[in-house]
Design a protein around this ligand. Structure first.
Ligand SMILES: NC(=O)CC[C@H](N)C(=O)O
Length: 339
């Protein structure tokens, strides 16, 4: 069990819509509640990530109407890591078409760690889904562009459109990961040996490593998630970034695979599609309503932020966001912080 919340689900229980002030108080309460939690370990298999301050903790909620409510370190930059996989997948659904993506990548959970080589071998060379490294590398390889550099440009522009601002590469993280990338290179070559990679393995791993090294904040994650929540329209810029179909397909894959081998537990507890990354970010999406971006570096053994998971469990409960709950305002679809 991720979280045991007692007596705080007033809105969900009564069906009343929380006001913006109530949402603000609940975000602040979520931050206060878990800021002192000291469980988890900062990722160190990418040396540059090991330098992260374990005390950093930010929570940002972006409603589908562009309203933002925040608490803590929401402007601190960190590398997006695996959270990029969700948004690159959404871009690919529009680039290639959902049927071709379904055939090339797949949508089922591996039940294994995100960087598993065995998962590829056990599935006859198929990457299984776009949220583990094998599937994400295959996804980046299929993005429009004649070579890795062109694909990287498309990915960077696309993720910037999701964020509503030009995202920059964190060069230190990129160089650190590129120098310690043997496992991802092995996965790419393994996929290529099965005819499952569209292009040169080294070139594609480079584009993938760059995409993981894009620098974002918790506020960016909330806006990027709210774009998926609002059928592909960025709630701040008003720009259409991807199709509604790409959003629906991405949210379905996030629900089954976004939290790696802990995806079932997450859905059981929290009831929202979400994606985590090893730098400590999580984006949790409430379709039609908005998204929560969280940042806190200490991770559990699956690579998911400990404080981020707890805070999202709490917020899902007190804001009545769980997709499987039948409270009135969950059915109505928007909080008063939304449209
Ligand atoms: N889970 C993650 O965030 C992993 C991303 C990281 N760039 C890797 O490929 O290992």
């Amino acid at each position: 069990m991720i979280e045991d919340v007692h007596g705080v689900a007033q809105h969900a229980a009564t069906g009343a819509l929380p006001t913006v002030d109530q949402v603000r108080a609940l975000i602040a309460a979520a931050h206060d509640r878990y800021a002192g939690l000291s469980e988890g370990v900062v990722a160190d298999y990418i040396p540059a990530l090991a330098q992260a301050d374990p005390d950093l903790f930010g929570l940002s909620l972006a409603a589908a109407n562009g309203q933002m409510v925040t608490a803590g370190d929401v402007d601190v930059a960190f590398s997006i890591q695996s959270i990029s996989k969700a948004f690159v997948f959404a871009l690919l659904v529009d680039d290639l078409g959902r049927d071709a993506v379904f055939d090339a990548i797949g949508v089922n959970n591996t039940g294994m760690p995100f960087n598993s080589v065995v998962a590829v071998e056990m599935n006859n060379g198929a990457p299984m889904n776009p949220m583990v490294n094998a599937g994400a590398i295959a996804t980046s390889g299929l993005i429009s562009g004649i070579d890795g550099a062109a694909k990287w440009q498309r990915i960077r522009d696309g993720l910037s459109a999701f964020a509503g601002r030009a995202l920059e590469l964190d060069d230190e993280v990129y160089r650190s990961e590129a120098a310690n990338n043997q496992r991802n290179a092995a996965i790419a070559h393994l996929l290529a040996s099965y005819g499952r990679l569209a292009g040169d393995p080294e070139d594609i791993v480079d584009a993938y490593t760059r995409q993981c090294s894009l620098s974002v904040t918790a506020n960016d994650l909330a806006i990027m998630g709210a774009t998926l929540a609002d059928d592909g329209i960025n709630p701040i810029s008003g720009e259409r970034v991807v199709s509604g179909q790409a959003c629906r397909d991405t949210l379905a894959v996030l629900a089954s695979c976004g939290m790696y081998e802990r995806s079932g537990e997450w859905l059981f507890e929290i009831g929202l599609p979400a994606k985590s990354g090893v730098s400590g970010g999580i984006v949790s999406i409430a379709p039609g309503k908005g998204a929560v971006g969280s940042y806190s570096p200490p991770l559990d053994p699956a690579g998911n932020s400990v404080r981020g998971q707890r805070a999202c469990a709490y917020l899902s409960r007190v804001l009545g966001l769980n997709l499987f709950a039948s409270s009135v305002h969950t059915k109505v679809g928007r909080t008063s912080a939304g449209r």
